[in-house]
Structure formats: C-alpha cells, structure tokens
Write a protein that binds this ligand. Structure first.
Ligand code: TNX
Length: 583
C-alpha cells in the first residue's frame, strides 16, 4: 500500500468514472420543478431556467470527471481498521458550507464539537454543529448514536458517499474513534492550525471497525523527570489519535513524588522537589491531576495512576523517615539506579500510609484501576514481599478499585480481577502463567518490544538499551495475544507502551521516543491480527510524517519508513500546540 500523494489533477480513468452526483436534478425532478414553476412563469422564462440548470449540472459533472481522486486511500489508516470497503465512485469533498449534525445526546454532540474543532483551523470553514433525532449527512457530516449497531463498546462504522459522511456507533467512544479515522483520511494539511487552501477530499466507501483488545495504553514516568500538565495533555492527544484508551501515570519513584496527598503533605513539599540529574522536580496538585483525568476522559482515555510500592520509594522516605526500615531519612536520590529503597513492611504505620495515599488517589480517580507497582523491590523478599502485596491488594479492593501491578506481583495470592503488567523480555514465564491460571489478566509490555525508552539505534541521542534496541519493526512485529507462553489470548486485557524518563527531559524528547513507535503498539492493541503486515504498516505510517510536521510534533525519522518528502503545505508554521477541543 502507498500513501504517496497521487500525481496532479489528471482525468479519472473511465472505469472509475464518477457518475452524475445523485443530488443533481434528474429529468423527473426537473419535470416536477417545471410543473410547479409553470404556475408562475411563462414558457420562455422556463426554457431559459431549464437550460441554465442543465448547463450547471453538466459543468459540475464534467468537473467531477476531471477532479483527482481523494489523496488517501480508505485503507490508509493507523491502526488498521477491521474491514475496509472502498468505493471509488463515492469520493466526497468537504464543502465550505458543510454542517456537522449529531444525535441529540450530550456525549454525541461533544464528539461533534471535537470534530468541528479539529477541522475548523485548517479549513477555515464555520462547520456549525447541530442536532437531530435521526441525523443525515445531507452534504455534510452526520454522527449517529444508534443502540442497534452491534460493534461493541468502542466500534464504529464510517460511510463516505457523494452525499457526505456518516459515522455510526452505539457509544460516544465509537463516534470518537470514527472521527479519528476521518481525520486521517483527510489531506495532511488538516493538521495546520492556520487556514490552508486545499481540496478536502475523502475517499469513498465504508469502514467497519472495532478493537481487538479492550486495554490499549501508554505509560508516562513523571517521577524520574517531572512534566508539566500541558505536556501530559499533549501526550493524551497523541494517544487519542491512535485510539489508545488508557494513560498510565507512574507518579512516584526514588527520584520524586508527584501527586499531592493531603494527609501526608511532605510527600510533595519535600519528596517532590527532586528529579534525575538534580533538576527542580515538581508535583501535581489535586486540581492538576483532575485536569489531566478530565482532559483524558473527554478523549475516552482512562487514567491509571501508579504508586510504586514497596520499592522505588526513596522520595517518600526522604519526606517521612518513619516509613524507612531504619527510621533514618536517606539522602534525596537523583541518580538512575533501582532496587535499593523500600517502605518498612514490618511497621503498621506503613499500611496507614498506603491506605491514606491510595484512598486519596482513588477519590480523585474515576477509572477502575489503581496500579501499585511492585517491581524491583529487591530487598523485600519471599513471604515478606507477598505478605505486603496481599495487604496492599486488599486495601485497593476495599477502595472499590481493581489492582494493577507489575508482574512481580504474580506469586502473591490472587484477588478478583487482578491485572499484572508483564514487562519481561522472554515470553517463557511460568510464574506469570501460573498467576493467569489462578485468574489474573495481563497487560503486555515486553521490555524488548514495547519499552519506548529503549533507543531505536545505537546513535539515538537519549534512551536505554538494557532490553535491546527497538526500531519500528521490532515495536511492530510481535503479537500480544500469544507473546507469553501458556497464556491464552482471552487472558490478555491488552497492551501498553511504557515510557520511562531517566534520560527524557522535555516534551520534544518524549515525542522523539513515542513517535513513530506508539502507533505501532496502538495497531497491535486495536487491529485484528489478520491485518498484521509490516510492509503495509510502514507504508501507512509514512503518511503520518507530514501530519506530525504540520502539527509541530517531533518524531524520529526512522530509516525503515518511506517518509513522504513533500510537505503537507508549502509554507507552514511549526507551533507546538495542545488540542484544545474542550476547555
Ligand atoms: C525497569 S520496568 C523499571 C524502571 C526503569 C526501567 C528503565 C519496571 C517495572 N521497572 O524502574 O525505569 O526499567 O527502562
């Protein structure tokens, strides 16, 4: 498949000839109009009117015959849709007077506003949003909520015809994903924040789409380096584009504690003031965190907050030495070693701390998950470790939340719904497979495929290589459904791409490591396995370079991707901006 723009406006071959658009008056319509007009006009005026109407219709039909087809093919979407039925006679060009009409439902109307917000800057069109009981495209875009469509909680159907666009879904999430697909089918210039003269053509046909896995995520480590709320919102935008639906925030680690806890205030006032390399750190107030959660929810993304326990807790011990096994405050830590710190599993005060922290976090978190870490607690071993984890799991359940933890939690007793995040590099993992037999579900994040902090190549300026180098193909060519031995696909909740930030200090660094590998992981989470095809993927991905460029998004020009060299628009401004689809 190729996303190379088609050569200039050449005549469409006869086999693809676009028929007279159905909205043009046919003979019968003209005759009826004539009859009506007869009552008021004389024969001569009528003859003139007919001639003019016919001439206009002929001119438009000729224009359509000469018009180039839409630049993108219907299948040029990442993640690859479940089913694509192109109809070359159905190409449609968004007109300046188009209206976006949605089912009269607040959630559907919110998606319609988001779509308008996406399309208005580059098109310069007003694109008013209206509602209707049964929305019809009518030369514009219709977003239809319909309980009777059977495409699951996140599926959608997209129809592009000469009459406009219709997105149908049984949920607002489905409509939102249909809109993301629509966005990718428009010319890359749609990403411009300023008006662009462009023919906003869409390829005709139907896409029927739904995800393979319910959990599709990415993780941002805001503990090793702290990132401002605006940066996190921008990461949310990137997730939304590729139909990811979970943002895991690694909120605490040795180098910094990033979330305000009223009952233990020094966690942030002391524990939040450090980061790797000696920078100032920082933390989210409860209002900041809520802003992230709300912004994500508006994009159908659930935040999964992580408090890493019992290890990775040096920042907490700096703030509250009573939690330390020797009750002595350690020095603040700004290096990158792991596995040396832990909260005292033998002290009841530790469990008060865990209950208070998780309680306040649960109250701020509408999503079902609380991630309790559990990794690399090298100094808490055997039964002491499993005993600690089992108590923490019960605290989470008591808060009405579902436990997520790194797969080191596996040996601890199972608790209903428990989810393990597997980050191994070798799929032979009998301990995790055994936990799955006891009922655990898995989020798959193989260190050597999905860890976005790994370098692409030896010369990648930032990142690690402990799990190997991860070029785009390595990120793409594996199957979360079968990756861990003796774990059936049904036990796989989904896939997540973690970004650890020991070497990541800016938004540009984040984007360099995220793009273009995040879309690869997103495709593994969303697309049916039958669509998996490296050559097809790299060609589809190539079309995203001009989009990111136009939107001012940093990315790695991976040599294995045939990036298009034509800029999306001749003169462009590269102003990084967050999508402000909603306040
Ligand atoms: C391992 S993956 C860690 C993190 C590091 C990461 C660096 C995991 C659960 N623990 O503490 O940041 O490697 O790649």
């Amino acid at each position: 498949m190729s996303t190379t723009p088609s050569p200039g406006p050449t005549a469409v071959p006869a086999t693809n000839a676009v028929p007279l658009p159905t909205r043009e008056p046919d003979a019968a319509t003209l005759a009826r109009a004539d009859a009506a007009t007869l009552a008021q006009a004389d024969a001569a005026t009528l003859a003139q009117a007919d001639a003019a109407t016919l001439a206009q219709a002929a001119e438009r039909a000729a224009g359509d015959l000469l018009a180039p087809p839409a630049r993108h093919r219907l299948a040029d979407v990442v993640p690859a849709p479940q089913q694509v039925q192109p109809d070359p006679t159905g190409d449609w060009v968004l007109p300046a007077e188009a209206v976006i009409v949605a089912t009269a439902d607040p959630a559907a109307l919110a998606v319609a506003e988001q779509l308008a917000h996406l399309l208005r800057p580059a098109t310069g069109y007003p694109l008013p949003v209206t509602d209707a009981t049964t929305p019809e495209p009518a030369g514009g875009i219709a977003l239809v909520l319909d309980d009777t469509v059977d495409l699951g909680a996140e599926g959608y159907r997209l129809d592009i015809t000469t009459d406009g666009v219709r997105v149908t879904a049984s949920t607002a999430a489905g409509l939102f994903y249909g809109v993301q697909t629509l966005r990718q089918l428009l010319p890359a210039a749609i990403e411009s924040r300023d008006p662009v003269t462009e023919r906003w053509a869409l390829p005709g046909g139907t896409i029927t789409d739904a995800p393979r896995f319910p959990y599709r995520g990415a993780m941002l480590d805001v503990a090793r380096h702290f990132f401002a709320v605006e940066d996190v919102l921008r990461v949310v935008d990137h997730l939304a584009r590729y139909k990811l639906n979970h943002l895991h925030l690694h909120l605490t680690d040795d180098q910094g504690w990033r979330i305000a806890v009223d009952s233990w205030p020094k966690l942030t006032t002391l524990g939040g003031t450090t980061e790797v390399g000696g920078g100032p750190g920082g933390h989210y107030t409860k209002a900041d965190y809520t802003r992230i959660v709300t912004y994500a929810a508006d994009r159908h993304i659930t935040v999964v907050p992580e408090i890493d326990l019992p290890g990775h807790t040096n920042a907490a011990l700096v703030a509250y030495p009573e939690l330390a096994p020797d009750k002595i405050a350690p020095p603040p830590y700004t290096g990158t070693e792991v596995g040396f710190s832990y909260v005292d599993p033998a002290d009841e005060r530790t469990y008060d701390f865990v209950a208070d922290v998780l309680g306040e976090l649960a109250a701020l978190t509408p999503g079902p998950w609380l991630h309790v870490g559990g990794d690399e607690a090298f100094k808490v071993k055997g039964e002491v470790y499993t005993g600690f984890v089992e108590r923490v799991q019960r605290i989470v359940a008591g808060l009405g939340k579902t436990v997520v933890g790194w797969h080191q939690l596996a040996p601890a007793a199972h608790l209903d719904g428990r989810v393990l995040q597997w980050w191994g590099t070798n799929g032979e993992d009998p301990t995790t497979a055994e936990a799955v037999r006891r009922g655990a579900l898995l989020i798959i994040s193989p260190g050597n495929h999905a860890y976005l902090d790994m370098k692409y190549a030896p010369d990648t300026p930032i990142g690690h290589d402990w799990a190997g180098l991860i070029d785009v193909r390595k990120a793409y060519d594996w199957d979360p459904g079968t990756h861990v031995a003796d774990v059936p696909t049904e036990a796989v909740l989904g896939v997540e791409a973690p970004l650890w930030t020991e070497s990541v200090t800016s938004l540009a660094d984040i984007e360099l490591l995220l793009l273009p590998r995040l879309p690869a992981i997103a495709e593994l989470g969303w697309s049916p396995r039958a669509t998996h095809d490296w050559n097809g993927f790299r060609d589809r991905l190539a079309g995203h370079g001009p989009r990111w460029e136009t939107a001012g998004i940093t990315f790695h020009r991976a040599p294995e991707i045939p990036w298009s060299t034509t800029p999306a628009i001749p003169t462009q401004r590269n102003v990084p901006q967050t999508d402000t689809t909603k306040p």
